[in-house]
Design a protein around this ligand. Structure first.
Ligand SMILES: C[S@@+](CC[C@H](N)C(=O)[O-])C[C@H]1O[C@@H](n2cnc3c(N)ncnc32)[C@H](O)[C@@H]1O
Length: 193
């Protein structure tokens, strides 16, 4: 299984035209591009990465696809997500994607950290609409990756019954990435979406 593709396939059914989505780790721009395609012309994607190089790569990809106008790409720390959204007048979002770790073909020393990841996830929890979806892909094969995955797992464990949680990993590989898909349940929807 290719976990990055799986993450996109799992969130896709919950994204409609006009949706607002956050890519918390823009990286090489693949998830941002995917989100921009899903939210349509009337939607909005806020893509964040600590590294200028990542944001440049993301923007290049968006220009080629003609999606630049629906994406705001920001060099910043996703730990500051709450203020990043509020200064833009965004009070609720439909989706957030986090592909943790380091920038492929980039500086491997710039890597997501448990504390900032947790801060970003808590901010998402506060602004995610009922029916909204979050994907988190964590890697345990790098220093502190296991710790980060543990922090994410504990936070998910404390979310309670208002979220539906799915978890995937390759059970035969102890170093397998872990993918979580969280859906905030909409109690007013008889189908529980
Ligand atoms: C695995 S890559 C993301 C891949 C990306 N989703 C894609 O589709 O290409 C992880 C990214 O997280 C970024 N990152 C690390 N710490 C961060 C932080 N605190 N805030 C925002 N981005 C961060 C890294 O710079 C790196 O580009």
């Amino acid at each position: 299984m290719h976990f990055t593709v799986e993450a996109q396939e799992k969130v896709k059914p919950f994204l409609v035209d006009g949706a607002v989505a956050v890519d918390g780790t823009a990286g090489n721009g693949f998830d941002t591009l995917f989100l921009a395609g899903c939210v349509g012309e009337s939607g909005k994607v806020i893509a964040i990465d600590r590294q200028e190089q990542a944001i440049e790569r993301t923007q290049q990809r968006l220009v080629v696809a003609g999606f630049s106008r629906r994406v705001e790409s920001i060099v910043g720390d996703h730990a500051d997500l709450e203020s990043i959204l509020s200064v833009r007048g965004v009070s609720c979002i439909d989706c957030a994607m986090f592909n943790l770790g380091y920038l492929p073909h980039g500086d491997k020393s710039v890597i997501t950290q448990p504390e900032s990841t947790l801060k970003a996830l808590k901010a998402v929890e506060r602004v995610l609409v009922p029916g909204g979806v979050v994907s988190i892909l964590a890697y345990v094969g790098h220093p502190d990756g296991e710790n980060e995955a543990g922090v994410v797992a504990r936070w998910i464990g404390e979310l309670g019954t208002s979220y539906a949680v799915e978890r995937w990993s390759d059970e035969e590989n102890p170093r397998s990435p872990i993918l979580w898909i969280l859906r905030k349940l909409d109690r007013s929807d008889p189908q529980g979406r």
